[in-house]
Design a protein around this ligand. Structure first.
Ligand code: CP3
Length: 342
């Protein structure tokens, strides 16, 4: 598996490619399914979730599938009802009450494990299956705010001026249980999306978000990827999470981010998903720029700097994928794909 080899930082002819939110609304076949099933129904049906997981793989020659679920998926099983509208909506939970949430019983999220088993069975053996969860700090942000928010004032207050350690401990344990169930079902890699960690100051990131993320990811037996967007000021502390690889956004050139994260780690990223809304020349040039910044270094995993936007033309995604798959020969005019290893 090309993704696993990149995570081990073995030499490869080209980087592996997959992208965040690859199973989603930019695909007409996803929208067609969603016209018949709600997000909730689709996610809770292993058959439909597996089908959505596979949709991008039927179109593009990707190196990984990511299970169709959401970072908020385990919350109802912990006693917090969540609606998707389409972003997560829930009644806000106070910090001290988060610490009292029920432990996650993995049998209550078995639909995710079953979607993984089902999707894995249909995937080519060269394609890796990725499981995922939210970062404990990010889940806490959603719980305290009751959904998405511009600047998450309740979350920042809790993290900067209060002691969120009990709440984060509960969430870290739940994420660990959730990831374990996905790994048992066949996920070969897991990614943690810490989407709101970038709101924190470096000191509080290191004091609270990092230990919680580390506790959830430690010693899971498979390679782990820690991704936090909008976290340029935190890149130098990412390694304290103890993941195998780190995912970075587009705010810095890839080589600069890699230097800050540490050249000894595999790095995932970082095409700006906004550029996928442009014309195909822009997409091609932007893809090549990321590949050039990575400069063939071992451990580069090609991805976007954040999730693909729902208004992205499918043809642009195809242009991006083909540019990566053809690299470096297609960039210099040749067309053959010699020695494509699996
Ligand atoms: O990447 C994949 O293809 C796997 C599926 C996946 C979803 N959500 C499905 C989804 C993954 C990995 C996620 C992660 C997720 N969910 C994150 C972390 C990544 C990030 O963007 O920072 C966050 C913050 C969420 C929370 C969330 N879920 C939001 C903010 C929204 C609404 C806005 C949006 O981007 O769609 C959702 C709903 C959601 N999760 C959809 C999908 C396909 C759209 C639902 C629909 O209307 O069909």
């Amino acid at each position: 598996m090309r993704l696993l080899r990149a995570l081990r930082r073995e030499p490869l002819d080209r980087p592996p490619i997959w992208f965040m939110r690859q199973a989603g609304r930019y695909l007409p076949e996803y929208r067609e399914l969603r016209s018949r099933y709600s997000f909730e129904e689709a996610m809770r049906s292993p058959r439909i979730a597996a089908e959505i997981t596979l949709q991008p793989l039927r179109r593009f020659d990707l190196d990984a599938a990511i299970v169709f679920a959401d970072i908020m998926t385990p919350l109802p099983a912990m006693g917090v009802p969540v609606e998707f509208a389409p972003g997560p909506r829930l009644a806000p939970v106070e910090l001290r009450k988060v610490a009292l949430l029920r432990e996650l019983d993995p049998s209550r999220v078995d639909f995710v494990a079953e979607a993984i088993i089902s999707a894995r069975a249909s995937l080519d053996p060269s394609v890796a299956m990725i499981g995922f969860c939210g970062g404990p700090a990010t889940i806490l942000a959603y719980l305290l705010e009751g959904g998405g928010s511009q600047d998450h004032p309740a979350f920042r207050q809790a993290m900067e001026y209060e002691d969120p350690s009990d709440a984060l401990g509960v969430l870290a344990r739940a994420m660990r249980v959730y990831l374990r169930s996905q790994i048992e079902a066949g996920a070969e890699v897991v990614q943690m999306f810490d989407s709101w960690a970038g709101l924190l100051s470096p000191g509080k990131f290191r004091q609270w978000a990092v230990p919680a993320a580390r506790d959830a990811l430690d010693d899971l037996g498979v390679p782990t990827i820690y991704f936090a967007p909008g976290a340029t000021h935190l890149l130098e502390s990412f390694h304290e999470v103890g993941a195998t690889a780190y995912g970075v956004d587009w705010r810095l050139p890839l080589d600069k981010s890699w230097q800050l994260v540490g050249g000894q780690y595999a790095l995932q990223g970082n095409l700006d998903p906004g550029l996928l809304l442009g014309d195909s020349e822009t997409v091609h040039a932007a893809t090549i720029r990321v590949l050039e910044e990575a400069d063939g270094r071992r451990g580069h995993i090609f991805n976007l700097g954040h999730g693909v936007r729902p208004d992205t033309p499918v043809a642009n995604v195809e242009t991006m994928v083909k540019a990566v798959i053809g690299w470096p020969s297609a960039a210099s005019g040749a067309t053959s794909r010699v020695g494509r290893a699996t």
